[in-house]
Design a protein around this ligand. Structure first.
Ligand SMILES: Cc1cc2nc3c(=O)[nH]c(=O)nc-3n(C[C@H](O)[C@H](O)[C@H](O)COP(=O)(O)OP(=O)(O)OC[C@H]3O[C@@H](n4cnc5c(N)ncnc54)[C@H](O)[C@@H]3O)c2cc1C
Length: 212
């Protein structure tokens, strides 16, 4: 089991937001290793509010507003449709007035809020990915120059390599830093090997100019 803290967005195509993007890596790897595996996400709707605190919230609301419906109370804390979904998953009738809600019902709702289970069927296709795994193995790249160890004069940067990180700026940083190194080293390589390059020798003119 992997825990990914962060915001979550419920969309028409499924889960999104930072926590979903991070967790999607594990989904991809799990389904690659075990095609057809039954995966589930367990969502803690409000991690800062422990189970006991949810129950206490409901009990206090019951004392203060006994005629209020459970659905209305939950909608004070959650978006309407999420509140409805939580109640249906908890198998508690949202129209129940708080005064008539048993402790077992309140605890069932609190438990569901801490462990909202959803089946995971897959991730969106590669074209929709923000970050991708796979690519050129970093063991085949010299990290000081980003040059291929297998093919001289070939330099790599960014997503074309098999590197990926959490969202939040790390992937851009990988792209910029490896791009800077690869670009600089490629230029040095071109200058050092200009005599051997067909680009310069066949033209008769030197587009780069004298080596500094
Ligand atoms: C919606 C979205 C949000 C993101 N948010 C974040 C974020 O918040 N933080 C973070 O760290 N990362 C984020 N990323 C990931 C980050 O943008 C990428 O990791 C980074 O841009 C990779 O840079 P790159 O230069 O390797 O590849 P790219 O930026 O994909 O650049 C590759 C370029 O090559 C061009 N190209 C492709 N094929 C050819 C070809 N045959 N000939 C010529 N040109 C070609 C493409 O048109 C493209 O311009 C996000 C990505 C997306 C899509």
């Amino acid at each position: 089991m992997t825990v990914e803290p962060g915001d979550l967005v419920f969309t028409h195509f499924g889960l999104s937001g930072p926590a979903a993007l991070r967790a999607s890596h594990y989904v991809t790897v799990s389904l690659r290793d075990q095609p057809g595996a039954l995966l589930r996400a367990s969502i803690d709707v409000e991690p800062d509010c422990p189970f006991e605190q949810w129950v206490e919230r409901f009990r206090r609301a019951r004392d203060a507003h006994p005629k209020r419906r459970l659905r209305t109370e939950l909608e004070d804390h959650l978006p309407e449709r999420l509140a409805q979904f939580v109640l249906s998953e908890a198998r508690v009738d949202g129209d129940t007035q708080l005064a008539h809600a048993s402790l077992a019902q309140l605890e069932a709702v609190a438990h569901t809020l801490k462990h909202l289970e959803l089946p995971i069927t897959g991730t969106l296709p590669l074209e929709k990915a923000t970050v991708t795994g796979g690519g050129v193995n970093v063991k085949e790249i010299d990290p000081k120059t980003m040059q291929s160890k297998r093919c001289a004069g070939l330099f790599f940067a960014g997503e074309v390599m098999d590197v990926h990180a959490h969202t939040g700026g790390y992937n851009i940083t990988i792209a910029f830093s490896t791009g800077h190194t690869a670009g600089t080293e490629a230029a040095f390589y071109a200058l050092a090997n200009r005599e051997r390059s067909p680009m310069y020798s066949t033209q008769g003119t030197d587009p780069v100019g004298p080596v500094p």
